[in-house]
Design a protein around this ligand. Sequence first.
Ligand code: NDP
Length: 472
Amino acid sequence: MNGAWTGSSETFDLVNPASGDVIGHVPRASKEHVDAAVEVARKAFDAPIWRDMEQTKRGKILLQIAALMREHFEEISKLETLNQGKPIRESKGDVAWAIRAFEYWGGAADKIQGETIPVTANRVTYTLREPLGVTAHIIPWNYPLALAVRSLAPALAAGNTVVAKPAELTPLTLLRVAEFAQKSGLPDGVFNVVTGSGAVAGRALVSNSHVDGITFTGSTDTGAHIMEDAAKNVTPVLLELGGKNPNIVFPDADLKRAVQMAKYAIFTNAGQMCWAGSRLFLHEEIYEKFLEELKKQTESLRIGPGLEEKTELGPMVSKEQQERVMGYIRSGTEEGAKLIIGGQPPDDLALRNGFFLKPTIFTDVKPTMKIAREEIFGPVLTVFRFSTVEDVIRMANETQFGLYAGVWTNDLKLAHRVVREIQAGVVAVNDYLVAYPQTPFGGYKDSGIGYESGLQAVNHYTRIKSVTMNTS
Ligand code: NDP
C-alpha cells in the first residue's frame, strides 16, 4: 500500500494444498486497512503523476513489469504452484500469459484514444477517453496471477490507480508482482494490494464510495452480492462469473484430438475453472468408442504434487473445496448418474494430507440433476449422448450459464450454425481452453457482464467525455 508493506494485528495462514502444510502468514486486512488503501489510491490518482504521464511512458513501465516477471519466471511459477496447487507446467503457462498481458497493455497504452465526430461545418466534436479513477479488483483463487493481471494491466494502461484483493487462499504471486511494479517506476499509491477475506476486505472494497469501477471474477452468487453493494454507489461492475460449459463432439471431428482435449478441458487445474468443459456432449455414433478412449486416458493421468514435473493432475485448492466437490459426487450418485471412474481421493498414502481427488466421470446424467446444473469446480465430468444437432443445441443451452463452449466438427456449415446458436460469450471450434490477452472474454446469461481482454476491455476502465466546439 502506497509503495510500502503494511502489517495488521491479525494474520491468516497460507497452506500448501499438496501437503496441508502451512507455508506462510499474511496480514488480514480490516475495513480500515481497505479504506486507507482506497484513500491512498485516490490521492495517487488526483496527484496526478500517473494519470497525466505521457501514455508511451506509462506503457514502458508496464513493459518493465513484464520484463521483471520474465526474469523471475521460474520463481513466480513455483510460488503459484506452492500456493494454489496446480501442476507446475500449468503455472508456467499462467505466468507466461500474465507477462503477455502486461506486454499487450504496455503496447496498447498509447493507443487508447478518442475520436472526432462530424456534426456541422462550424462545430468540431471530439471525444476524450479518460481513466475512471480508482479501480477495485477482486481476484479468485483458480488463476491467482493471470486473472489479476487480466484486469489490472488495462486499468493501469488507461491511467487508473488500483486496489486489488486476491483470494484469501492465494495472495502470494500478486504480492510478488506488486514488488516488481514498484521497482518498475510506478509512482507510490498507484498499485495497492490488500490481503484479507472476501466478507470483510472484499466487501469493504466494493462498498467504498471512492471506488470508481469494480472488476470481479468468481462465483455467480458472490458476483450478485457485489453488484448489490456497488449499486448503492452507482459504481460500474465488470463481472466474469461461473460456467457450466458444453463441449460438443460431432462424429466427423478429429476424434483423437477431441478426446485429448476433452480430458484437458475438464482436468486442467483439477477442473477449478470457470471455462471448464464440464458437460461433454457426444454424438451417439461415436459415444461408446470415444468414452472408452477418454476413460483409458483419464485413468493414466498422473496425480501428484504440482511441483513434481511429471504431475498432470494436482490437488484442489483447499480442504473445503475438496469436500464441496465430494458433496457433488455423492449427489450425482444419489440422483442416479453412473460413476464410471474416480469419485474419491487417490489411494496413494503419500498424498493423504493433500486435497487430491481422482479424476471423475459420470454418464447417464439427466439435465435436471444437480451435477448437470451447478458449477462443480472440480475434476468431475458429466457426459451426455445426442443424436441431432437441434437436440444438442437445446441441451447445451439448457443452463443458467453461458460462458464458454467447444464445438468439434470439420463441417464448416455445421460449425457456423452451432457457433451462431450456442448461448456463450466465447466459443472454440476444434479447440478448447484458448484465450489470449487480445481476445475478448466474457459471459452470456448468469456468466457475467462485460468483456475482459482485447482492446475493447479498456472501455470498462475509461469514460468518454464528449466535447463540442463552436468554431464560427
Ligand atoms: P467467491 O466467488 O466467493 O470468491 C471469489 C473472490 O471474491 C475471492 O477473492 C473472495 O475472497 C471474494 N469475495 C467473496 N465474497 C465477497 C464479497 N461479499 N465482496 C467482495 N469480495 C468477495 O468464490 P469461493 O472462493 O467462495 O468459491 C466457491 C465457488 O465459487 C467455487 O466452488 C466455484 O464454483 C465458484 N468460483 C468460480 C470462479 C470463476 O472463475 N468463475 C472462481 C472462484 C470460485 P476470499 O476468497 O478471500 O473470501
